[in-house]
Design a binder for this molecule. Structure first.
Ligand code: FAD
Length: 448
């Protein structure tokens, strides 16, 4: 655990050092604050810091690897930025119960590589796998590229240890299933650092599948592809890869600027027989919806560069570059309306508006929209980002979609959390008051 501090909150540094019992993990240096580069490896310190911070009424904002694209880990009210990345040990790999237990600050990609060398996998594969922590996944309620089969982090998390705002340590979950009151894991999963600091996590493990089959299928339009996706999920098939790109994004996904139709990437895995026969059934559903199988190359080459974010990063590196990603979800009956409303609302802000559907369920699907554009100056770009979120959040809520499917709310959506939660807002805000009465954890986020 690294701790960096921000002076704005009038922290009494000597008191904090005394509470933690050591001084080398606490920094007042501006350089360290920028870099998050202090060293400590003890979850116990998290408890001491929180207990001290609660008494001193100093804000504490957990920091994983800072890959949030909605400003979640920014300590907007100063105080302590609690960098978790030195909590990075693998504690146990249990191949009988198929669980892996790790400290929460471990880099997800490093963990996955280690597991793969043993023939195992998490089957959680966010695009940010190598730039995010396991604790960050839980805190943001993340999901990965294979979620249509394996689910999001909430399905893959068996249990965890966390420290609440007053320094109380809790262990939550740990068994295959429980009927002992509400499932308390879900209080902290998705809590964006506002209810506690996750220090240790147990995730499910899987054996690497014997065989993977891929296919690439074109569709004449968005409606036919989305209909095929729905039929795939409703028919009980469970492809580990199921992504459908509109024409604008298909050109990027296929690395072919002249590509002329929306495209779907399909992947099936398991035994050789299972994946062959599931793929035949998947293609049958696609064919019935005017899908045309164009071979495996498109999907296979996407798999090889699936962690590549350079299209967006290159735009953001350009002065005045505007690139944003907005992911939402809706039921099957509403998703086309959301797609139309969101892409239309965002067109005035971008040279290109790209869209894809992924993370499919029997009852709906996620929509991911990417904007690429260029403002006249960095200042104009900043103003444009504000406008983009304002317009996007409005279009999403008005179309009946959920505000975020997996990035969380952070700063970009905090103003709309209350509206998005509707009558359940009261439940959440009461929970926050009980667990974090002084409001020290990640203030300014999750609508508070
Ligand atoms: C290129 C790129 C691709 C991405 N792809 C995906 C994707 O496919 N799927 C997806 O779901 N997301 C994706 N994201 C978003 C991001 O990677 C996730 O939100 C990720 O889970 C954040 O993890 P992190 O460790 O970087 O957390 P941070 O960004 O450091 O923090 C995120 C939030 O979690 C809180 N937090 C972090 N650690 C803890 C902890 N131990 N205890 C309590 N609170 C904590 C922080 O306070 C903050 O509110 C992507 C981001 C990028 C930049």
């Amino acid at each position: 655990m690294n701790t960096v501090t921000f002076k704005q909150a009038n922290i009494k540094f000597d008191d904090l050092r005394e509470a933690v019992g050591r001084s080398d993990c606490i920094s007042e240096s501006t350089e360290v604050i920028k870099d998050h580069s202090h060293d400590s490896k003890d979850p116990e310190e998290v408890a001491k810091i929180l207990s001290w911070a609660q008494k001193a009424k100093v804000p504490v904002t957990p920091w994983g690897l800072g890959s949030s694209v909605v400003g979640g880990p920014l300590a907007v009210q100063g105080g302590i930025s609690l960098d978790t990345t030195k909590l990075d040990r693998v504690i146990d790999i249990d191949t009988e119960n198929m669980h892996v237990t790790v400290e929460a600050g471990i880099n997800g990609g490093i963990l996955e590589d280690q597991l793969q060398s043993l023939g195992l996998t998490l089957n959680h594969s966010p695009q940010s796998l190598y730039r995010s922590t396991v604790g960050g996944w839980l805190a943001t309620r993340a999901t990965g590229q294979f979620s249509s089969r394996y689910g999001g982090i909430e399905d893959l998390c068996v249990g965890f240890k966390a420290v609440l705002a007053d320094g109380t340590k809790v262990t939550v979950g740990g068994s295959p299933r429980m009927a002992v009151g509400p499932d308390l894991r879900h209080i902290l999963i998705g809590s964006e650092g506002c209810l506690g600091v996750i220090t240790e996590v147990t995730l499910r493990l899987f054996r690497i599948a014997e065989c993977r089959k891929f296919q690439t299928v074109t569709f004449p339009d968005v409606t036919s592809g989305v209909t095929a996706m729905r039929q795939i999920m409703v028919s009980g098939l469970s492809p580990f890869l199921l992504r459908f790109y509109d024409l604008a994004e298909a050109r990027h996904a296929m690395k072919d600027a002249a590509f002329s139709s929306p495209v779907m990437f399909l992947g099936s895995e398991g035994s050789k027989n299972f994946s062959n026969s599931e793929m035949s059934e998947l293609l049958e559903v696609c064919n019935k919806n005017s899908g045309v199988d164009i071979g495996s190359d498109g999907a296979e080459s996407w798999m090889k560069r699936r962690f590549d974010f350079s299209t967006i990063e290159n735009v953001l590196k350009t002065p005045g570059g505007v690139a944003e990603t907005i992911e939402v979800a809706n039921n099957w009956s509403g998703i086309s309306g959301t797609y139309d409303a969101l892409t239309k609302a965002l067109k005035p802000f971008a040279d290109e508006v790209l869209g894809h559907f992924s993370h499919a369920y029997t009852d709906g699907v996620s929509l991911y929209v990417i904007l690429l554009g260029q403002a006249e100056s960095p200042k104009d770009a900043e103003l444009q980002f504000e406008q983009i979120w304002k317009v996007a959040n409005r279009a999403v809520l008005d179309s009946g979609a959920v505000l975020s499917h997996h990035h969380g709310t952070g700063l970009a959506r905090t103003q709309h959390v209350n509206e998005a939660l509707g009558s359940s807002w009261g439940l959440y805000s009461r929970l926050k008051k009980v667990i974090d009465p002084s409001g020290i954890l990640n203030p300014g986020k999750l609508g508070l």
